[in-house]
Design a protein around this ligand. Structure first.
Ligand SMILES: Cc1cc2nc3c(=O)[nH]c(=O)nc-3n(C[C@H](O)[C@H](O)[C@H](O)COP(=O)(O)OP(=O)(O)OC[C@H]3O[C@@H](n4cnc5c(N)ncnc54)[C@H](O)[C@@H]3O)c2cc1C
Length: 567
């Protein structure tokens, strides 16, 4: 059952209370409520996803930012970004960021997960052992234009019976044919990659997205649809913000049993576990509000320490992006889509009629990944922050000019993302006020590796567009200028970089006896009882890709770990 307000809840006591009905929280809610004797409550700060057009239409994904469906955060003044503060959107809606993200479905590399297993001492987090959970999450579907997809993906690494739809692009873009020629013209830098989700994402291949039947598939549409919320043992409470969790005072180790909400004195209690799934920004905030974090920092704010865990809020990893833009020569009929109201109405009418047309995809139909060679001076001098030789350092997204995010229109370009950053940031509190906004410091470009790797990423982009196929398409590089020096490129990066919105790692897992970290490999909070964390915050290292696929896999495995505890 779905409740809009706390006053509608018939009970204040559940077996499990899940804080945050986001990407991970929705999965855990669904899986735990498969067991009919478990009474499960999910508390979500945002409203329902149902009927939210901008969430449903893939090409409208970014319209949700700066609305009621967004937490509307901004970062602190970032030293590495020439003291700029940048927007930091987060989904404030059932499904969390999965209802509001850019829909890229990428798993990263085999090495990424094998490093998690090695760091935590738990082989369950390796690629091999997590793959069944990735497949359990995934329901591969044909693209809506029903084109022949042979040679565009590898069916052997995909799930066809899972929950969340994934698919290939469902509408051709004017630049596809040109981009497909790059592997034969630049075979060393960009070989053709059959499937970027097979564990070795190096090369150029077809984009895969969390889309099915021309619509976004999210944790809300997949795991909390009406089929599941009609279960009598699953309650979903919307529009309700959790501010703190509380332990029972007399315990020898803190045992967390109750949840405090914003704006009401009603306390909700969990008989078995509280599961914190508020995402990598809000999970550490709720922990610190509740006295779980670095004792000294909390004391300075006047918050009484309940559990001294200095790693809470630290180790934030996110991937910076820069846009390299070009003036282009294109006769794409959709070139004016972002400004032409008639074109917008026509494409929306087509989407509404039968879920086809240009709005069924986000922005690019082919994307590419690249690894700096071991011999590069950047790696020689700074070491390699990637997890291993199957792992890309950089991602390249050549935007369709119809979806070009920068003005003026009639420009084209490439988003270059550094997917293996070595910089780390943090989430801290500003005050003891539990309803305030946290301090987000991404720490972007605070290491030499990161700035030099991004400069290299811009140079690789220049090589990409020098492939003969673009001869009549590219007129001129607009920003940064084609002849910019390394110092000018560095300045360009620091002045214009933005975020992938992929923050993870702020309540990271570590080995059971490690003297750092926030959760054990079974995701239980170290030194506490009754409390688990299941969301992107537990990743010890960011994966070399977009972060929703690993969050889904974590949540699927976590659900089994929890069921195992209480069987
Ligand atoms: C704009 C944007 C674009 C992105 N694009 C992509 C992409 O294309 N591909 C990709 O793989 N990844 C993308 N990501 C990242 C990816 O979506 C996230 O890493 C992932 O979904 C995070 O899952 P989570 O469960 O950790 O947190 P979330 O999905 O954020 O879930 C947290 C939930 O908790 C709720 N919550 C928070 N605090 C409270 C509270 N105090 N009380 C009650 N509820 C609370 C939130 O409202 C939210 O619903 C993007 C993210 C953003 C923001």
């Amino acid at each position: 059952t779905v409740f809009q307000h706390i006053s509608e809840l018939a009970s204040t006591s559940y077996d499990f209370i899940i804080i945050g009905g986001g990407t991970a929280g929705a999965v855990v809610a669904n899986r735990l409520s498969e067991i009919s004797k478990f009474q499960v409550l999910v508390i979500e700060a945002g409203p329902t996803n149902e009927g939210v057009l901008n969430s449903m239409v893939p090409a409208f994904a970014f319209n949700l930012q700066k609305t009621i469906y967004d937490w509307n955060y901004t970062t602190s003044l970032e030293i590495g970004l020439n003291n700029r503060s940048i927007d930091y959107p987060r989904g404030h809606i059932l499904g969390g960021c999965s209802s509001h993200n850019g829909l890229f479905y990428t798993r990263g590399s085999i090495d990424d997960y094998d490093r998690w297993a090695k760091t935590t001492g738990d082989a369950g987090w390796s690629w091999k052992n997590l793959l069944p959970y990735m497949l359990k999450n995934e329901k591969w579907t044909p693209p809506v234009d029903l084109h022949d997809t042979r040679g565009q993906f590898d069916p052997s690494v995909h799930g066809f019976d899972g929950m969340m739809f994934t698919s290939l692009p469902g509408s051709p873009q004017s630049i596809d044919d040109m981009i497909l020629k790059v592997p034969s013209q630049l075979p060393d830098q960009f070989p053709f990659l059959l499937d970027m989700n097979a564990g070795r994402p190096l090369g150029l291949g077809w984009f895969q997205a969390s889309i099915g039947g021309g619509e976004r598939s999210s944790s809300a549409t997949a795991y909390l649809s009406r089929t599941f919320t009609s279960r009598t043992n699953l309650h979903v409470l919307l529009n309700t913000k959790v501010v703190r969790i509380h332990n029972t005072p007399q315990d020898s180790i803190p045992t967390f049993t109750s949840v405090e909400l914003d704006g009401t004195a009603v306390r909700l209690t969990a008989k078995k576990e509280i599961i914190l799934s508020a995402g990598p920004i809000n999970t550490p905030q709720i922990l610190m509000n509740s006295g779980v974090g670095d004792r000294e920092s909390l004391r300075k704010l006047g918050i009484q320490s309940v559990l001294n865990l200095p790693s809470v809020g630290r180790n934030l990893s996110d991937q910076p992006i820069v846009l390299v833009s070009y003036s282009i020569n294109s006769n794409d009929p959709l070139l004016d889509l972002s400004t032409n109201a008639t074109l917008q109405a026509l494409t929306l009418a087509q989407w509404e009629f039968n879920r086809t047309g240009p709005l069924v995809d986000p922005a690019a139909n082919l994307i590419a990944w690249s690894r700096l060679p071991a011999s590069s001076s950047i790696i020689q001098q700074n070491g390699d922050p990637s997890a291993g030789s199957n792992t890309p350092h950089l991602e390249f997204v050549p935007f369709s000019p119809a979806f070009e995010p920068v003005q003026p229109s009639h420009s084209g370009g490439m988003d270059v993302a550094l997917v293996t950053p070595s910089s780390r940031g943090s989430v801290t509190l500003n005050s003891a006020d539990p309803s305030g906004k946290p301090n987000i410091d991404l720490g972007f470009f605070t290491t030499d590796f990161d700035i030099r790797a991004m400069i290299e990423g811009i140079k690789i982009t220049q090589t990409f567009y020098k492939a003969p196929v673009f001869k009549n398409y590219i007129i001129e590089q607009m920003a940064p200028l084609a002849n910019a020096t390394d110092a000018e490129l560095e300045d360009f990066i620091r002045n214009t970089a933005f975020s992938s919105q992929h923050a993870v790692g702020t309540a990271a897992m570590s080995a059971v006896h490690a003297n750092y970290g926030v959760v054990n490999p079974d995701l239980r909070v170290k030194g506490a009882s009754g409390l688990r964390i299941v969301d992107g915050s537990v990743m010890p290292f960011i994966i070399s890709g977009h972060t929703q696929a690993p969050v889904y896999a974590i949540a699927e495995r976590a659900s089994d770990l929890i069921k195992e505890t209480w069987k």
